[in-house]
Ligand binder design. Structure first.
Ligand code: NAD
Length: 483
């Protein structure tokens, strides 16, 4: 039996018992998981830093805080979100009905996760899945297996039964085998657009639903009235935290003409002052460094700072202006500490620039004019738009996460993320006292009455129609009463 088959087997066995576990039991595991993560925060953060090279501050702010906030939110709220929803009927022919929507687990879910947020992404995905009553097979990135192991370990220490969280380690082929596993009922994939599309195609071929959280090419829009100090500090963080290897990294900065030069001056000075190791960690692999270098080489334009390797897989924060039109750096996700800066003249142009990408994950708008901020936020194509801030909502349990266009579909986290983990079932109750008038046998009299019933229910002047077609209504009522 392969590792994937074994993991799915263990999860499938655990799923049978877990789907009927009380909400209180599930809540206990989630609450306890929060305690375990707090207790083991230093060990987990050290594993994140060891496997990714992230500075300790980032291990805490990118991984530990979001992981805890989401699971603490889940523990408090999942019961309310998944409570059966009473459906109320006001239609006269349905008044005798009582119905509910109930939210049922799928069974076994697969979570395939990337290396760049190696604890928070798999931990929150898996915790959401089990809160909703599922078992889960996690395939962590092959670059961060120990972080993946923490997910299982924390949840088992918190009281999750053995097998409920099963881990299958390995490269892409293991992910492929997991997606092909017929007992996996839904796939939650976070990673690159290219792999995500293959995963969706393979899952789709066997009718298996997917949620895709893919890459981005986020725009950062600075208007002339923005608090420039804050916008510059925000841009430095948005472009260079995680060495730019964050799905919502700002990769394209657009600045309104009157403040463009001043913004660039301060931004470049700030980028040059960032310290390798302490502030900006390494790129994850030599391969990623080569990819970033190739994008810069092909970009054309002017490199204002950076553009050089910083030893090993470190790369200097790099700012490019006026890249060649059509250069790949304008289209592709860079995933490195490199950003292009452009100017714009009007609000319409800023929106058009932001939307000129096949990705649509996050975006940010920097201005003191809140009416404009709201207007632009509505027009920008993205799953998340932050005003005068960047990315913080990943650390808030109640906020949804996800993209539009090429950045994926479906949502993680929040109420929406929980609902992705359940199937909706409508359950109706009828005591059987009335017999639906539209059942067999058919006859012309009934067809005419039904036709006229349309006027009574949906036409204009319904009270008049009810009087006009009272004989038809009476006919339908008699059929309903079986007379
Ligand atoms: P990746 O696509 O290379 O790998 C992601 C996961 O998929 C890994 O576990 C990998 O082993 C697995 N995989 C690879 N080939 C597979 C296949 N054929 N079938 C099934 N699984 C397969 O991504 P990465 O380099 O680990 O992560 C970086 C990417 O993830 C970036 O594009 C980034 O923007 C994106 N990302 C998105 C979000 C988001 O929330 N939208 C969050 C973090 C990262």
């Amino acid at each position: 039996m392969s590792d994937v088959e074994q993991a799915v087997d263990d999860a499938a066995r655990a799923a049978v018992e877990w789907r009927s576990a009380s909400l209180e039991r599930r809540a206990r595991v989630l609450r306890e998981a929060v305690r375990v993560v707090v207790r083991r925060a230093d060990e987990i953060a050290a594993t994140v830093s060891a496997e990714t090279g992230k500075p300790r501050t980032e291990a805490l702010s990118h991984d530990l805080f979001p992981a805890l906030d989401h699971v603490a939110w889940l523990a408090r709220n999942f019961g309310k979100v998944l409570r059966p929803n009473r459906i109320r009927y006001s239609q006269p022919h349905l008044l005798q009905k009582r119905a509910w929507e109930v939210f049922e687990p799928y069974g076994v879910l697969a979570v395939i996760s990337p290396w760049n947020v190696p604890f928070a992404i798999p931990f929150t995905s898996v915790a959401t899945a089990i809160a909703a009553g599922n078992a889960c097979v996690l395939k962590p990135s092959e670059l961060t297996p120990a972080c993946g192991e923490w997910v299982r370990r924390v949840l088992e220490e918190a009281g999750a039964p053995r097998g409920l969280v099963s881990v299958a380690h390995g490269e892409g082929a293991v992910g492929e085998a997991l997606v092909a596993e017929p007992r996996v009922a839904k796939v939650f994939f976070t990673g690159s657009a290219a792999v995500g599309r293959r995963v969706a195609a393979a899952a789709g071929a066997r009718g298996c639903p997917v949620v895709l959280e893919l890459g981005g090419k986020d725009a950062f829009l600075v208007f002339a009235d923005a608090d420039l100090d804050r916008a510059v500090d925000g841009a430095l963080f948005a472009a260079f935290t995680g060495a730019g290897q964050v799905c919502v990294s700002a990769e394209r900065i657009y600045v309104e003409r009157p403040v463009h030069d001043e913004f660039v001056r301060r931004f470049v000075a700030g980028a040059a002052a960032l310290r390798p190791h302490e502030d900006v960690g390494p790129l994850i692999t030599e391969r990623q460094r080569a990819k970033v270098e190739a994008l810069i080489e092909e970009a054309g334009g002017e490199i204002l700072t950076g553009g050089r390797a910083g030893g090993g897989t470190f790369y200097e924060p790099t700012v490019i202006v006026r890249p060649a039109s059509g250069a790949a750096i304008q289209r592709e996700e860079i995933f490195g500490p490199v950003v292009t800066v452009h100017s714009f003249e009007t609000e319409d142009e800023a929106v058009a620039c932001a939307n000129a990408s096949e990705f649509a994950l996050g975006a940010s708008v920097w201005t003191r004019d809140m009416r404009r901020a709201r207007r632009v936020a509505r027009r920008v194509e993205a799953g998340m738009v932050w005003v005068n801030d960047f990315g913080y909502s990943y650390g808030a349990g109640q906020a949804s996460w996800g993209g539009a266009k090429g950045s994926g579909f479906g949502r993680s986290l929040s109420t929406h993320g929980l609902r992705e983990c359940v199937q909706v079932k409508l359950v109706d109750e009828d005591r059987g006292r009335l017999r639906p008038a539209w059942w067999f046998p058919y006859d012309d009299r009934t067809a005419t009455a039904l036709r006229n019933g349309l006027y009574v229910l949906y036409g204009e002047g319904r009270a008049g129609a009810a009087w006009r077609y009272r004989r038809d209504l009476l006919h339908l009522a008699r059929r309903a009463l079986g007379r």
